[in-house]
Every structure is written in structure tokens, then in C-alpha cells.
Write a protein that binds this ligand. Structure first.
Ligand code: NDP
Ligand code: OXD
Length: 310
């Protein structure tokens, strides 16, 4: 019998208890799974989410892994008390959700859908949009989510460039990497999708200079993290028309404060950090697979590199 502490909050427990118990049973793992913990030293695995119960991991002296329900780890990765392996969420359903959000919002801007959806003056003006092949898209971040989105966009017909920290070769995509590759990745892009993690190196990656590399009127989609964009530089670029629209799902402060100019800007769409949710059924199978691996002495999947910060 192994002890698993669900330290991701009571409200999540409602949604996760049944799927986790099912996944454990399917994996043949007999476990004491609970959202309460009276003896931290008895815990073998912690299922974690930011804002949950644990700030100090020190008492969990026999814990084999901390299994984060979020893909992003910036709120736990630098915790100095965390010495156990940290695994992040790579969930097929979360990835599918992100692909759908990115495709949907890319196509909204590409097709100019707003012109017809919001047309109170009943203006009849047939226009012929360029096809996807004429509208280059750049995906910043080619990890689990970025690669899936880039590939889906490419399959729709967009010429897709990707940018990552290390060099990559991905069929159908033009790839760039590192600081030296940033300008080539962004130059003349009509749509930019940000799927980078929050680390010191990615802070303000879209700023006054890098925004100027994009095609005039480009659309920006940010489902990554708020700090990836210099907000003031973006607002200035939107005001001047250099950037046509920004669809933002993540912000430096969440919920986005009521007085923030993004709410009222005509060229900004705010979505409330819903681009891709971790889905309990599939996420439970991911978590349990890592527990199974830990018990079988196999390496954990989706391990976070603490030095890199993601
Ligand atoms: P991954 O860790 O799989 O991928 C991260 C990518 O970013 C990698 O390609 C990595 O490069 C690249 N990268 C990291 N640092 C740099 C850098 N300094 N310069 C260039 N590239 C860099 O993450 P995921 O794809 O799973 O998720 C990405 C982010 O999406 C999460 O961190 C989270 O912030 C956000 N997210 C948002 C959600 C939402 O609902 N809005 C839901 C889930 C996630 P390399 O491959 O070379 O290491
Ligand atoms: C995540 C997120 O990181 O929802 O999983 O942003």
C-alpha cells in the first residue's frame, strides 16, 4: 500500500477523486489516496497544484515525486524546500484543448470573422481573404503544446516557423532557436503564438524591438504566460496599428484587474486563462502512469529541469 497525498485543493478533489481511483485500479496500484495528510513522512507521492496546501516540502521525507497538475511550473520550481523530483503535466486532452484554442483564434483573425459576426450597420462588402498559405505564423516555444499547435496550423496550410531554446527539426516546419534565431523567427509573421514557459529568460520576449519585426497588422495570441509580453509596448503597438489584434489568455496578474487597459482596448480580446484546462480523466491517467513508473523503478516522465526552470 502506498500513500498518495492529493495536495491540489479541496475543489479539485471533487473532480479528481473518482478519475484517480479509477486510474489507480486500472494500473493495479493499491493506494491510500487522500486530500488530508496527518503524517507527511508516510507520503510517497504528492499530487500538487499551485495555491494548494503545501508551501514547505521538507516534512515529506520519503516522497518519491511531486506530480504537478499544471503544465507550467513557475510557481513551484524555485521552492527551495522542494528536493524531490518534480513532474509537470503533459496531458493529451490539455494538448488537444490548446490546439483547438490556437486554431480557433488564428482562424478568427485570418478570416476576419469579426467583420461579419459584429456588423450592426448591415454593411455588405464582399472581400476575398488571402488563403492560409499566404499568412505566415510563428509559434514561440516548440514543446508539448507548441509542437502540437505548430503542426496543426501547418496542416491547415499556414507556413509555420517555430522558435525554441535548443535546435529542433520538425517535419513541415521552419525552425529557429536561441537569441540569434529570434529575429528570423519573427520577421514578417502575420500571427504569433506564444507557448513559452515563464522563466527569467522569457520575460518580455515580445517587446518594442521584437514587436517591430512582425508584419504590420499582425495578430498575437498569448496562451503562454502574461510576462512574455511587455504590456506597455504591446498597447503602444496596438494603438498605432502596428499590431492588429492581441488575443490574450494569460496575464501578469490574474484575474486581470478590472481597471487594466486590456479590458477596454478595441484590439484586445481577453480570455480568462481557459486556453487549455487539465482534464481530470486523462490527467489522472498521466499522474498514475508516473506513480506506476516510480513503483517499477522506471524513470519518471515529464521531469522538470530545476536549473532551466521548466
Ligand atoms: P514545454 O516545456 O514542453 O515547452 C516549452 C518550450 O519553450 C520548449 O520548446 C522550450 O525550448 C521553449 N523555451 C523555453 N525557454 C526558452 C527560451 N529562453 N528561448 C526559447 N525557447 C524557450 O511546455 P509546454 O509546451 O507543455 O507548455 C508551454 C507553456 O504553456 C507552459 O509553460 C504554460 O506557461 C503554458 N500553458 C498555458 C495554458 C493555458 O491554459 N493558458 C495551459 C497549459 C500550459 P526547448 O524545446 O529547446 O527546451
Ligand atoms: C497550466 C495552465 O500551466 O493551465 O497547466 O496554465
Amino acid at each position: 500500500m502506498i500513500t498518495i497525498y492529493f495536495a491540489a485543493g479541496q475543489s479539485r478533489w471533487q473532480n479528481y477523486e473518482a478519475p484517480l481511483r479509477t486510474a489507480l485500479a486500472e494500473a493495479g496500484i493499491i493506494a491510500d489516496l487522500s486530500p488530508d495528510c496527518s503524517d507527511p513522512a508516510a507520503v510517497f507521492y504528492i499530487i500538487f497544484a499551485p495555491g494548494g496546501e503545501i508551501e514547505d516540502f521538507t516534512p515529506f521525507s520519503r516522497c518519491k515525486a511531486v506530480l504537478n497538475l499544471w503544465a507550467g511550473v513557475e510557481r513551484v520550481v524555485a521552492n527551495p524546500t522542494l528536493t524531490q523530483p518534480l513532474c509537470r503535466m503533459v496531458d493529451p486532452a490539455l494538448t488537444a484543448g490548446m490546439v483547438e484554442w490556437v486554431l480557433g483564434h488564428t482562424l478568427r483573425h485570418h478570416l476576419g470573422m469579426d467583420r461579419h459576426i459584429i456588423n450592426p450597420s448591415r454593411h455588405w462588402e464582399p472581400t476575398c481573404s488571402p488563403i492560409a498559405a499566404e499568412r505566415p505564423v510563428t509559434v514561440m516555444g516548440l514543446g508539448a503544446l507548441g509542437q502540437a499547435c505548430a503542426t496543426a496550423l501547418q496542416q491547415v496550410g499556414f507556413p509555420v516557423r517555430g522558435w525554441s531554446r535548443t535546435e529542433k527539426q520538425i517535419p513541415g516546419l521552419t525552425t529557429h532557436h536561441g537569441t540569434d534565431g529570434l529575429k528570423a523567427a519573427l520577421t514578417d509573421a502575420k500571427t504569433v503564438v506564444l507557448l513559452l514557459p515563464k522563466t527569467p529568460a522569457t520575460e518580455n520576449i515580445l517587446n518594442m524591438e521584437t514587436l517591430s519585426f512582425l508584419a504590420t497588422g499582425a495578430a498575437i495570441l498569448n496562451p503562454g504566460r502574461g510576462h512574455l509580453i511587455d504590456d506597455l509596448a504591446l498597447l503602444a503597438a496596438l494603438d498605432s496599428g502596428a499590431i492588429g489584434h492581441a488575443t490574450l489568455d494569460v496575464f501578469r496578474t490574474e484575474p486581470l484587474p478590472q481597471e487594466h487597459p486590456f479590458w477596454s482596448h478595441p484590439r484586445v480580446t481577453v480570455t480568462p486563462h481557459i486556453a487549455a484546462e487539465t482534464r481530470p480523466n486523462s490527467a489522472s491517467r498521466v499522474v498514475v502512469d508516473n506513480i506506476r513508473r516510480g513503483e517499477a523503478g522506471q524513470p519518471f516522465l515529464h521531469l522538470v529541469d530545476r536549473d532551466r526552470g521548466y
